[in-house]
Ligand binder design. Structure first.
Ligand code: 13P
Ligand code: SF4
Length: 302
């Protein structure tokens, strides 16, 4: 099918099914362009609370679709392909959390939303990169168990002055791990007037050289503060920012910073998802109930 025809069909099916398309800022441009709502993890979770539709097609990775399902148990949530997964979320297991709780029995477990529903069910509160420092700062405890991203843990520790125990010790995002100090130096050489916006999933030595450190939603908010930026996060963020602010210059820090899970979703997949009503996200209620408490606590605290 031609692209225009697929878009027409998607529009028709959306009406028939009373569906909404939610998409993350890292989606392919063609998927961003047909989304009803685009955002970062926190904005998507917030939006998912009261979606006025029977079906949510979630163009993002599996943990995001699971969060939408947990917050909307009575709705049908579809992930357009099973290949849309987050490698970092899959690094953390329930056993890691149980083990950490044994070592630090008084420390609350704070989990990045980039985690499975099973792990969220064991958390005291979830966070996103947009609110992690704020929420950890508000917790009474001076020591927190934090997973799965060790770089976001580093950022939170720096911002709050608290002791942040990363679980697992090696949790990271392979996309953000690609950025190095050499990329920072090259960016400064190529674009001497640009400032650097850096995602907190980047390594500490890259974070330390940033002008701003922000979630993808935070990058959108801060962008109008300057006329030229080099963007240290997944490559498609440059498309999102450039479309929102055509008069500001945005350069990707690396062309190869692509998230395979995010890029697995095509326009055809969105069409097939709506046509065949697949792939339906299911979260067992005993897990969903506990995970919901941790997510709702985040929404209240942020
Ligand atoms: P944001 O919450 O900043 O959109 O980040 C999600 C993510 O997966 C970053 O890699
Ligand atoms: Fe996960 Fe990294 Fe992809 Fe974000 S960019 S969804 S953290 S693998």
């Amino acid at each position: 099918m031609e692209k225009d025809k697929i878009i027409d069909e998607i529009e028709k099916l959306k009406e028939e099914r009373n569906a909404i398309i939610m998409a993350h800022n890292y989606q392919l441009p063609e998927v961003q362009d047909i989304a009803d709502f685009l955002g970062d993890s926190l904005e998507l979770a917030r939006k998912a609370v009261n979606v006025d539709a029977d079906v949510i097609v979630f163009a993002g990775v599996d943990f995001m679709a699971e969060t939408a399902k947990i917050l909307n148990p009575e709705k049908t949530v579809l992930l357009p392909t099973r290949r849309a997964t987050c490698a970092m979320a899959n690094m953390l297991t329930p056993e890691h959390i149980i083990e950490a709780r044994k070592r630090y029995p008084n420390a609350p477990v704070v989990l990045y939303v980039n985690s499975t529903a099973e792990c969220k069910a064991l958390a005291d509160v979830t966070v996103t990169s947009a609110n992690a420092a704020k929420i950890v700062g508000k917790l009474e405890s001076e020591v927190v168990i934090f997973g799965p991203d060790k770089n976001l843990a580093y950022y939170v520790a720096k911002q709050t002055g608290k002791t942040v125990i990363p679980v697992p010790e090696y949790g990271h995002c392979y996309v953000h791990k690609k950025f190095t100090v050499e990329d920072v130096e090259r960016a400064k050489r190529l674009y001497p007037n640009a400032k650097l916006m850096v995602h907190p999933e980047c390594e500490p030595e890259v974070q330390e050289r940033a002008d701003i450190i922000a979630s993808t939603g935070g990058m959108i908010k801060h962008a109008p503060e300057w006329k030229e930026w080099v963007v240290f996060t997944e490559r498609e963020m440059v498309y999102r920012l450039s479309k929102l602010y055509p008069d500001i210059k945005f350069h990707p820090a690396r062309e190869d910073a692509t998230c395979i899970g995010m890029k697995a979703i095509t326009l055809e997949d969105v069409y097939t998802a709506l046509h065949d009503m697949k792939y339906e996200i299911e979260v067992p209620e005993e897990i969903a109930e506990k995970a919901r408490e941790a997510i709702e606590r985040m929404l209240e605290m942020s």
